[in-house]
Design a protein around this ligand. Structure first.
Ligand SMILES: O=C1O[C@H](COP(=O)(O)O)[C@@H](O)[C@H](O)[C@H]1O
Length: 232
């Protein structure tokens, strides 16, 4: 499915425009089914978007928020995506939303992933909204080049759920939804900012191996049209 590019003059305009699109999709899902779901990314990019979305007037009591991926750290750790979402999205109107974490204190990373997969089964699929980010190495979610379970993570035959991932440059062990969990979202967004990320995207759009730039799996094979939101 081909991608669409939405260009904004700056990060503030992008945050507001993306919050408009996402809140409209969540409101439509609530209207249709009485519930809505969104999986968001961490990293440095989404903070302003989270803050804008947190102020949108939808029925947040009917919205479940989770993460596309997470580090195997508790929420009080400064590198926790849960912590980022708690501080910036689960605020204002969105404080009423239900949050389902990927991290669980467990004996092993595999146990944490299995617990996350089980709790996600309650959300229902596909997600109404998925917001992806992208690293300068071409990773998305925790689909890292050289990742221990990259092949499995981006294989469309791997079932929906959360798996572990380790990779050089990823820091902590990661927990990540698989490709099949994310690629058919009602609204599938890639949120990137800056000229550097635009150049990375251009490289990803060129022919090459998905294992070298795993964002290519989403660009090439997602069944939902990928909506790329970019600002300088
Ligand atoms: O490791 C991660 O990085 C990506 C991108 O982060 P950014 O700091 O370049 O915005 C993010 O999408 C992912 O969720 C996160 O775990």
């Amino acid at each position: 499915m081909s991608a669409s590019l939405h260009i904004f003059e700056n990060g503030t305009a992008l945050a507001e425009g993306l919050a408009d699109a996402v809140s409209a999709k969540l409101a439509a899902a609530i209207e249709a089914r009485g519930a809505a779901s969104i999986a968001v990314s961490g990293g440095t990019t989404p903070k302003a978007f989270f803050q804008a979305l947190s102020r949108r007037e939808i029925d947040w009591t009917k919205v479940t928020v989770t993460l596309v991926d997470e580090r195997l750290v508790p929420p009080e750790n400064e590198r926790s995506n849960h912590g980022l979402v708690a501080a910036n999205l689960l605020q204002n109107k969105a404080a009423a939303a239900r949050f389902l974490p990927l991290y669980h204190a467990a004996a092993t990373a595999e146990d944490a992933a299995a617990t996350a997969s089980r709790s996600m089964a309650a959300i229902g699929t596909p997600f109404d909204v998925v917001i992806l980010g992208m690293g300068t190495d071409g990773h998305t979610a925790s689909f890292f080049p050289g990742g221990t379970r990259l092949k499995e993570a981006i294989d469309p035959a791997t079932p929906r759920g959360v798996i572990t991932m380790e990779a050089d440059g990823a820091g902590e062990t990661r927990l990540t939804f698989t490709f099949s969990s994310l690629e058919d979202a009602g609204l599938l967004v890639l949120h990137i900012e800056g000229d550097g990320k635009k150049e990375v995207l251009a490289r990803a759009e060129a022919p090459g191996d998905e294992a070298e730039m795993p964002i290519r799996a989403m660009l090439r094979r997602a069944t939902s049209p990928l909506q790329i939101y970019w600002a300088p």
